[in-house]
Design a protein around this ligand. Structure first.
Ligand SMILES: [Zn+2]
Length: 477
């Protein structure tokens, strides 16, 4: 069946049927090498695929390539060169399921794409970094700055594979900060950012780079349907040590895809779906050559990433100092981390990221705080004996009295976070609650001395509602 003839565009059909192909065993960001191995074992059962071990990481974890297709145009995709950037790896697992399926509305698509292209996927190029949920590899080297020197086995694998395949197109799959917006003063975080990397300092456009720009232009058009005004492009300054820039130079049209942020999607499952749709749609554009008639003007008009997002902004609050009141906006950001050996949820450290006139910035959550005073969080005066006694506390009452931290005498040493809206001070004389730039974000918003909202570890709580409790929201320090 021809999809377009059936009156529905390919990407729409891909988008709507996504859940059918989604790899449901993977549902969060803290993906491990072992989980990827499980996916590869499943993929191996389908004899359309070949799996080749390309080599090993610094610490001896295997790095493999999954290939499918009989076409004479080789396409290479690699994900998770940075260990803490797994969104595209999740989408690749979905794509493996998609190509394993048959007898559905996509049989014609598979026949066309796999007849013209051979797709080569390297899921998780940096398994040592991935298992630590860190950007760099086990040598603490950023692989994306090792494309010229090629000292790391992971870098040698990527370079060697590109050279052996002479891939026509390359997809360099990353995650970027959630705090980029799609263009200056745009209230939307950039869900996806693209780049057709430059291959020289002059940022020349040759045929190789132009092809990447043409495909990206089409993808931007398409994504406006699913993430309107949430697509951006990366700065194209030439970086002589980066892989994208060098692979473009070596003759493979290179498309950088960065998974950014999306409101209400902390585990990036919607952005994963966008990756799935945009990659499968790209294969079609490349297979049928439809991108060749595109102008690069579409690429040019994609807005640049702008670092103007924060987690929370409270606007127009007053802050007292030396008996005088000042009008300020206060922004916080959350830095994600995860505990060693524990992968079920992110933990967060909140900090005050900006203060003053923040009218040009935006946040995942915003509050108009007119007539409210921002008041430093207080430490509860009674020292609590232990964790059990701590668990009996009425947190909402504490917040309504302006307390954002509790001192606990015998706290379990290894526990560095709590799931309730307060902080735990282990050092019984620790200071807490200053409203300082780059300091911890713990304060209350009061109207005529009554606490209306509380900001605890950077999270905003509305005390007129039942408090939303999230794992790992409070800090221990
Ligand atoms: Zn990256």
């Amino acid at each position: 069946m021809n999809l377009e003839a059936a009156g529905q565009s390919l990407h729409k059909k891909l988008f709507e049927s996504y859940e059918k192909y989604q790899e449901k065993t993977l549902a969060h960001q803290r993906l491990t090498h072992a989980e990827v191995q499980t996916i590869l074992k499943k993929v191996e059962k389908n004899n359309q695929y070949t799996i080749k071990k390309l080599g090993e990481s610094v610490e001896g974890r295997s790095i493999s390539m999954v290939s499918i297709g009989t076409g004479d145009m080789p396409i290479l995709l690699w994900s998770q060169m940075h260990g803490d950037e797994p969104t595209a790896t999740l989408a690749l697992a979905d794509i493996f399921n998609f190509f394993s399926a048959s007898g559905d509305a996509f049989d014609g698509y598979r026949k066309e794409v796999l007849g013209k292209l051979t797709l080569h996927f390297i899921p998780m190029l940096n398994p040592d970094g991935s298992d630590r949920f860190q950007r760099r590899n086990a040598l603490d080297i950023d692989l994306n700055r090792d494309a010229a020197r090629l000292q790391c086995p992971e870098s040698q694998i990527l370079k060697g594979t590109r050279d052996e395949l002479h891939a026509v197109f390359g997809f360099n799959l990353h995650d970027q900060s959630r705090f980029y917006s799609a263009g200056e003063s745009n209230e939307n975080p950039a869900a996806i950012s693209f780049l057709a990397p430059a291959f020289n300092y002059e940022k020349d456009i040759n045929d190789v780079r132009k092809r990447a720009m043409q495909v990206i232009g089409l993808l931007d058009d398409m994504l406006q349907e699913y993430a309107p005004n949430k697509v951006a492009k990366y700065n194209d300054d030439f970086e002589p040590r980066a892989f994208g820039d060098n692979i473009q130079k070596w003759g493979t049209s290179t498309i950088l895809v960065e998974s950014g942020g999306y409101i209400g999607d902390p585990e990036k499952q919607y952005i994963r779906k966008l990756n799935y749709v945009l990659l499968l749609q790209s294969f079609r554009h490349i297979a049928d050559g439809s991108y060749k008639k595109e102008s690069i003007k579409k690429y040019d008009k994609i807005p640049f990433n702008d670092r103007s997002m924060h987690s929370v902004i409270v606007r127009n609050v007053s802050r007292e100092m030396n008996g005088k009141k000042f009008l300020v906006d206060i922004a916080t950001v959350h830095n994600e981390y995860h505990e060693e050996g524990e992968r079920k949820a992110f933990r967060y450290r909140g900090q005050i990221s900006e203060m003053g006139d923040l009218s040009v910035y935006h946040a995942y959550q915003e509050l108009e705080g007119k007539n409210m005073d921002a008041v430093e969080g207080k430490v509860y005066p009674t020292v609590i004996e232990n964790e059990d006694a701590f668990n009996q506390l009425d947190y909402k009452k504490l917040l309504s009295e302006g307390y954002t931290a509790v001192r606990v005498a015998n706290w379990p040493k290894e526990k560095r976070y709590v799931d309730v809206p307060t902080n735990v001070l282990k050092g019984l004389n620790s200071s807490h609650g200053e409203i300082d730039l780059n300091g911890r974000a713990n304060f209350t918003l009061q109207e005529n001395g009554k606490v209306k909202y509380a900001v605890v570890n950077g999270f905003l709580y509305d005390l007129s509602k039942s408090l939303e409790i999230n794992e790992g929201n409070g800090e221990v320090y």
